[in-house]
Design a protein. Sequence first.
Length: 421
Amino acid sequence: MRNKICIIVDGYSTGRYYVDYFNQEGFDCFHVQSRENLNLDLCADADLSRYKDTILNESIEKTIQWIKEKGIPCCIVPGTDSGVELADTLSQFFNTQSKNEKSKAKARINKFSMYKALKESEIRTIKQEYCNSYEEAIKSIDALNLHYPIVVKPAQSILSDGFKVCNSLSDVKKAFDDNLNSKNIINLSNNGLLLQEFIKGTEYVVDTVSSDGNHVLTDLMEYTKKISKQGHSIYQSADFLQLNEDWTKPLVEYAFSVLDAVGMKYGAAHIELMVDKDGPVLIEINSRLAGFTLSPDFVKEAYGHNQVEMATLAYISTERFLKRASELNMNLNKYSSITFLTSENEGYLTKINLNGLKKFHSFIHADFHFQIGDFISEPKNLIESVAYIFLQDDNDNYVEEAKKFILEHPEKILTISKNQL
């Protein structure tokens, strides 16, 4: 007999919102932290007091016994990337209805494995190889007939951490020197690195929810990025798009084929695609909610629904999920953007001035990652952006005006000094 219990593994980042949604459905929620050495910056916003009880996973046997003492759960949900593997393992052990395909578990967390799964399903993929050394990388460049620029990145990390666009063999060597066998942003060791062809095109995010293999599009975004002189990917904005445009259909169909290829039957997914002259191709799939500290309320203002709401229903009842999916609004209710505040100047943050930004009608709020006195430099990954700034309005021009101000005049928001306060 299953109890109305939900186990949330690493309910951090946007995964922290699950507990309220499951509580509203009458579920008791318990929290499992997958391991001790998680990145504390990624865990900072979670309020674990909202759970009935919590545990640190010191061993799988202890965690299983702890869950048994609470009652047999209906569902086990990953809150963020670090929780996907353990949530999969526990779902298999407790044989939950909402478990995903066991044989493809690695393809849902490891970039090299997900590309292999796509290739086996005859889905277009990026040319790539997993290399344990710089010497292997040299051989792979020749074997794959790669031409510069070339991408080097970790096989299992997040937020563009360790991502490097290389324009020469010396750049490739530096990428391996900087990242091989080092700890990445989620405190996993980069025992090898991915070497990939560089796809020139437009990058999109397709956020989905699945229930019993039925896939539903919840939101769609277009990224604007630039590559720094050091080869790092610098996010500029993520703009929400209409869900029912004819040109988006190939993106969504491709994303759904990716979900099938990696055995995604239940839960949320955040899929990043590049679209070039040959159509869409996978950058990566993350088997969890969209990140960016993205508030469900912000997304609901944009579309009238959000991914957390849909994912909660997907775990609870496929019938209810499909009924709600049939009612979804496919148009944007409000133009919405997340614009990333960065600085090319290096120094100490001495002042934050939001007065100019607050004059824009579309400004909602700013989520700062740095405080006064912190040292700032050009970001190497998304979490090193100074702030995520949320913009939303009925008028697209108001959103675009605020975006332009943020991207072109960061010095009007940030005061950076060479000298520490």
